[in-house]
Design a protein around this ligand. Structure first.
Ligand code: PLP
Length: 447
């Protein structure tokens, strides 16, 4: 008989505590775990996951925006198992049909003329590669990045990560200048209108470029900051930046690791909210494209992508199994117009959460686009970030059967909601009701 996801395999008493003890004994302490009692997930179907005790949760974080369409999507499962059954791995030393097909598809979708694609196994490696290419193309180690940003945990990407909580060391091979603009509702320009905000950020960028020692290779930026707390700059900010960047010969890297593939509803890529910017020179992607399989990459203008004068390989980047998963996942996403679903259901969810939290002074703001929604918490009566309340809401939501993202953004005070893009209206309502109850319970308990 086939086991149902809700039927946990039998396990001895104390198995969960034992696994947690072993995890802590063998994995580094800086590897973040959610919840006071971390969860062991064993199954997933659609928008739901089950833990080892058989408890079911509505998944409003999809791994970390990695389950883009649905858990255990049959189309992806089939593509992966067929490919594993034929050949699991070949390396980039051989021609690979799935890799070429996916690269063609992404090159077309990117909007970048005459694009080339390089596959990696993570978002960090994608950004690392983009920085390597941009600095090589421009012959400079000097780069621009946004304050409060997150781009990964490698030597070069921590150097362009402006979010202190996620950049454990200032050491980096790059010299980085940090620009204002990624966060609309906080910081020195928060009181300005959108138009004045953009002007102030452009002035800041221009000033920084004036102070730079010689050439600046690139600006790397997330169209909506993910780990930074789902903060959207005003539409058009990057179009205004682009003019200045072009004048100074600075390349633009759009980090679409969280914002790509229609998640933001209105657009397929985050950069498209900045009408007039034109496509970026380099665009990085990862997370959701493989629906949980490790696929990342860079797509960019041929002249930059081809600038390295060396032999190189990627042992696992472009692996046929992950390419097959991504092709099936992307095909499903486009055939079912999930971007439209993200816009429609995400719009309803934002409205529902705004209505539910109106008058709750624990909640400073519900913001977002499509199915990328942030709920920022503050100490009541102030604008002070409230990370402890964010942890309490996370725990209470879990009790209610809902998984969300732990507070990114301002000192961990933002709850992040990013369900798989197949989310239904009924599931959005159910999740919003659980989250509302968790927020109300936390607001009622001043401890
Ligand atoms: N860039 C952004 C915008 C991210 O949100 C992340 C991860 O959260 C990364 C890069 C790094 O991706 P990965 O964890 O796959 O290395």
């Amino acid at each position: 008989m086939t086991a149902r996801p809700e039927d946990p395999p039998p396990r001895p008493p104390g198995a969960h505590a034992d696994l947690l003890r072993r995890h802590r004994a063998v994995l580094p302490a800086w590897l973040a775990l959610n919840y006071d009692q971390p969860i062991e997930l064993t199954h997933g179907r659609g928008r739901h996951v089950w833990d080892a005790e058989g408890r079911r949760y509505l998944d409003f974080f999809g791994g970390i925006l990695t389950t883009m369409t649905a858990h255990a999507l049959p189309e992806v499962t089939r593509a992966v198992s067929e490919q594993v059954g034929r050949i699991a791995h070949t390396s980039t030393l051989y021609l690979s049909r799935p890799m070429v097909e996916l690269a063609e598809r992404i090159a077309r979708l990117s909007g970048i003329p005459d694009a080339r694609v390089f596959f990696t196994t993570s978002g960090t490696e994608a950004n690392d590669t983009a920085l390597l290419l941009a600095t090589a193309a421009r012959g400079s180690q000097q780069v621009l990045a946004m304050r409060n940003s997150y781009h990964g945990r490698s030597f070069s990407t921590v150097g362009v990560t402006g979010n202190r909580d996620w950049s454990p060391t200032g050491a980096s091979p790059l010299h980085t200048l940090f620009v204002h603009g990624g966060v609309r509702s906080r910081g020195p320009f928060a009181h300005l209108t959108d138009e004045r905000f953009v002007e102030a950020c452009v002035a800041d960028l221009t000033d920084l470029l004036g102070q730079a020692h010689g050439r600046v290779a690139a600006l790397i930026a997330e169209p909506i900051q993910g780990v930074g707390g789902f903060t959207s700059p005003p539409d058009g900010l990057y179009a205004a930046f682009r003019e200045v960047l072009d004048r100074h010969g600075v390349l633009w890297i759009s980090d679409e690791v969280q914002t790509g593939w229609g998640r933001t509803g209105d657009h397929f890529w985050g950069w498209q909210a900045h009408a007039g910017s034109g496509p970026p020179d380099l665009l990085t992607f990862a997370k959701g494209i493989g629906n949980g399989m490790a696929v990342g990459g860079v797509v960019g203008r041929a002249e930059i992508m081809n600038c390295l004068d060396a032999n190189s390989i990627s042992t696992f980047g472009g692996s046929p199994v992950t390419m097959a998963a991504a092709l099936a996942n992307l095909g499903y996403l486009i055939d079912h117009d999930l971007q439209r679903n993200a816009r429609r259901v995400g719009g309803l969810l934002i409205e529902r959460l705004r209505a539910a939290t109106a008058g709750l002074d624990l909640v400073r703001e519900v913001r977002g686009r499509g199915l990328m929604i942030g709920v920022e918490l503050v100490r009541p009566g102030s604008q002070e970030p409230h990370p402890r309340a964010a942890s309490a809401v996370l725990e209470a939501a879990r009790e209610g059967g809902l998984l969300i993202g732990k507070g990114g953004g301002h000192h961990g005070s933002v709850l992040r909601v990013a369900p798989p893009l197949t989310l239904t209206v009924a599931e959005a309502d159910e999740g919003a009701a659980i989250l509302e109850a968790a927020l109300r319970a936390t607001a009622a308990d001043p401890s």
